[in-house]
Design a protein around this ligand. Structure first.
Ligand code: ADP
Ligand code: F6P
Length: 319
């Protein structure tokens, strides 16, 4: 393999830069030329591609976002769009491709692999919604960002004796809400994987208030109703003043944690090793702190398991 490409796709995630750095440096170390493809599959279709060298990835390991930029590209979902991408790959002599992104990006990667381009997927998304890997790059940083906000909101919440609903991201996955809820000592956690009952949430808030609790935190995963309406309902039912904070895109930025930098560095290097071994259509993951790789189709077919034990633990610890 003489030339490989690397791109980031879908929602950005802190740690993507560390992964790009690892891909570029591992490839160059092994005598392979690396082309940086800008703005995900958009750049692939439009030939927005530049060779990268050792210093193209200098001073980025600690930076959030992605120096290659990212995009959601509808055209790539079409046969015609992918044909354009295949032509561009040929023109640039790119024989192998590392795609850093989430499940949508992986589906695109698998299609390229079936079309004969050696392709490896690295899981980069704050959502942690890929079943085949314990962690995706960016999740740990997002979790820490959320926790920082939870602590701050607790301060003001306790001063005023209020309840606070904190809405977090996660697309269809409740992991950010669940784990930040556990680590942040939330009273209630509302996630897409579990039904919730507003009356028992209210009962808990009242019980907490009666035993002298000054604040209550309710972690809410995005997409489950309207946070403001929920807040109003809670306030009406409990008489406890309730405020709502939607954390939004703050969760996607910031310097990656040590965990995400290490994960990204290991996965980036492994992606290049797999390409050197002639592998294609593989998704890299981590299980029990060991890097694994598996067929992308199989990885995408796996159903994400919600950690019910952790969910139950949060209930016990917040009585
Ligand atoms: P993520 O990778 O974070 O899940 P998206 O689901 O938005 O983000 O997917 C990112 C991009 O991957 C899409 O904009 C599109 O270019 C490509 N993609 C998604 N699904 C497919 C698909 N079924 N076939 C080909 N490309 C896809
Ligand atoms: O997939 C990452 C993510 O941040 C999700 O948690 C969220 O639902 C979505 O992307 C937001 O997308 P956008 O940046 O396009 O608003």
């Amino acid at each position: 393999m003489k030339t490989i490409g690397v791109l980031t796709s879908g929602g950005d995630a802190p740690g993507m830069n560390a992964a790009i750095r690892a891909v570029v440096r591992t490839a160059i170390y092994n005598g392979i030329k690396v082309m940086g493809i800008q703005q995900g599959y958009n750049g692939l279709i439009n030939g927005n591609i530049k060779e990268m060298d050792l210093s193209s990835v200098g001073d980025i390991i600690h930076r959030g976002g992605t120096i290659l930029r990212t995009a959601r590209c509808e055209e790539f979902k079409t046969e015609e769009g992918r044909q354009k991408a295949l032509t561009v790959l040929k023109v640039f002599g790119i024989e192998g491709l590392v795609v850093i992104g989430g499940d949508g990006s992986f589906q695109g990667a698998q299609k390229l692999s079936h079309a004969g381009i050696k392709t490896i997927g690295i899981p980069g998304t704050i959502d942690n919604d890929l079943a085949y890997t314990d962690y995706t790059i960016g999740f740990d940083t997002a979790l820490n960002t959320v926790l920082d906000s939870v602590s701050k909101i607790r301060d003001t919440s306790a001063s005023h004796g209020r309840a606070n609903i904190i809405e977090v991201m996660g697309r269809h996955c409740g992991d950010i809400a669940l784990y930040s809820g556990l680590a942040g000592g939330a009273e209630s956690i509302i996630v897409p994987e579990e039904d919730f009952d507003i009356d028992s949430i209210c009962k808990k808030l009242i019980q907490g208030k009666n035993r002298g609790k000054l604040h209550s935190i309710i972690m809410l995963a995005e997409g489950i109703g309207n946070a403001f309406e929920l807040g109003k309902e809670i306030e009406e039912k409990t008489g406890i003043e309730t405020r709502v904070t939607i954390l939004g895109h703050v969760q996607r930025g910031g310097s990656p944690t040590a965990f995400d930098r290490i994960l990204a560095s290991r996965m980036g290097a492994r992606a290049v090793e797999l390409l050197i071994e002639g592998k294609s259509g593989r998704a890299i993951g981590i299980r029990n702190n060991k890097l694994v790789d598996m067929d992308i189709d199989e990885a995408l077919e796996m159903e994400k398991k919600f950690d019910k034990d952790i969910y139950e633990l949060t209930k016990i610890l917040s009585i």
